[in-house]
Write a protein that binds this ligand. Structure first.
Ligand code: COS
Length: 384
């Protein structure tokens, strides 16, 4: 749903200009230094990019899902690290509070997340629990008006920058599975919370992950999301339904960038006396990429519109993430192929994007997890 075409077009044009004029010229430096310059972060704040999906009542832009994916298409045209910095505040790092938080929790945290004054982070994965998220072992034991958390969370995006963590922990050690999991907001600086070393990743330099470690970390009971135990896994899944759709949109934006770069290169590069774009084997790669990209874009928009109608889009979000992230991987591969030797050299964006986009098929649920979600939903629906 688009609420006001004119306002949205202004926002999209502003983001597009910011991407072209500010982010693209900084990409190489971010890749080399592994840091997004503070001046760029300040401009992201001014544009409202940290609060795209946060309700207006708490200082955000309250974009509908359709509007949000349109913005994501634009921002993902630049290196994924830029999107990653705003990604958690708009997605997994804030939505637990937006969807299931108490009024006090919303008032306390959302305005600062929306403004980009603080970064939010989502701590689900553990050393022993990845795809099988319901097997997580971090414990939260009630002690008066606090909970005591123990455990380790792994590969947590933006954890080094974050001021608050949405942490899924087991509040009933005697029960296995999803029903004993609760979600907490844990503030950085809480005694007993520490961070591991920043992970060395394959790509997305400028975006950081690390372990988040809890050792007898005392968290006020008031920070239990929604004030209710045992529903934290469902909160996490609802957050991921939206997050997966957002990532699918990011895949579309990144693929568009890679395809434009590949097309430009193919039209400039000459071999056998012709621009290589004249050759049908190159054209096949361009055409397949274009067709798949178009399909992914349509899927993402359709799923976003359905979510705006209030429909359950668990299946559509997983279909979109599965198809768009795999499509993005294929486009990345073809882009390197079209660039030939140049595609293997770090001077060209093709090489960097090839590594950066590999993550899309893994985080917020691997392609295989999306397949499981889709098939299970089909079977459940058929059983009635
Ligand atoms: N929305 C709301 N509730 C949901 C839901 C959703 N999208 N998906 C599942 N639930 C509920 C189920 O209805 C069930 O509730 P009941 O027990 O009341 O019936 C509960 O959550 C447990 O669901 P399920 O039995 O399907 O859990 P599984 O342990 O089988 O796990 C998968 C389901 C595999 C889909 C889940 O663990 C998953 O998404 N894993 C990947 C995790 C991930 O994406 N990690 C990335 C890290 S975050 S960057």
């Amino acid at each position: 749903m688009i609420r006001d075409e004119e306002t949205l077009n202004l926002l999209l044009a502003g983001v597009r200009r910011f991407v072209r004029e500010v982010l693209l010229p900084q990409e190489q430096e971010v890749a080399e230094t592994d840091q997004i310059p503070p001046a760029v972060v300040a401009q992201m704040r001014e544009l409202g990019l940290f609060g795209l999906s946060i309700p207006e009542a708490y200082g955000g832009l309250q974009l509908t899902m359709e509007e949000e994916v349109l913005v994501a298409f634009e921002i993902a045209y630049a290196s994924p690290a830029f999107r990653s910095l705003i990604g958690t505040n708009n997605g997994i790092g804030s939505q637990g509070i937006v969807i299931d938080g108490t009024e006090e929790q919303k008032q306390h945290y959302l305005p600062r997340l929306a403004a980009g004054d603080i970064i939010g982070s989502f701590a689900l994965t553990e050393p022993g629990s990845g795809s099988d998220a319901a097997s997580l072992r971090t414990s939260a034991v009630r002690d008066g008006d606090h909970y005591i958390l123990n455990g380790t969370k792994r590969y947590i995006t933006n954890a080094p920058e974050a001021s608050i963590y949405t942490v899924m922990a087991r509040t009933d050690a005697t029960r296995k599975g999803a029903g004993a999991i609760s979600a907490f907001i844990v503030e950085r600086g809480t005694p007993g919370l520490s961070l591991g070393k920043i992970d060395k990743k394959m790509g997305q330099r400028g975006a950081h992950t690390c372990d988040v470690i809890f050792e007898n970390c005392r968290v006020p009971a008031a920070n239990l999301i929604g004030g209710k135990e045992g529903v934290g896994f469902k909160t996490a899944m609802k957050v991921l339904d939206k997050g997966r759709l957002h990532i699918a949109a990011v895949c579309v934006g990144a693929a568009e960038r890679m395809l434009e770069d590949a097309l430009r290169y193919a039209m400039e590069r000459e071999q056998f006396g012709h621009a290589i774009a004249d050759f049908q084997l190159i054209q096949a790669m361009l055409a397949d990429s274009k067709a798949e990209l178009y399909a992914a874009r349509c899927m993402v928009l359709d799923a976003a519109r359905k979510r705006d109608q209030g429909l359950d889009i668990s299946t559509e979000a997983s279909c979109s993430k599965l198809f768009a992230s795999e499509m993005c991987g294929r486009v990345a591969d073809r882009s390197v192929q079209i660039h030939g030797g140049a595609g293997y050299i770090s001077e060209y964006a093709a090489e960097r994007f090839y590594r950066d986009v590999r993550l899309f098929r893994i985080y917020e649920g691997t392609s295989q997890i999306q397949q499981i979600v889709i098939a299970r939903n089909m079977i459940k629906a058929a059983q009635g």
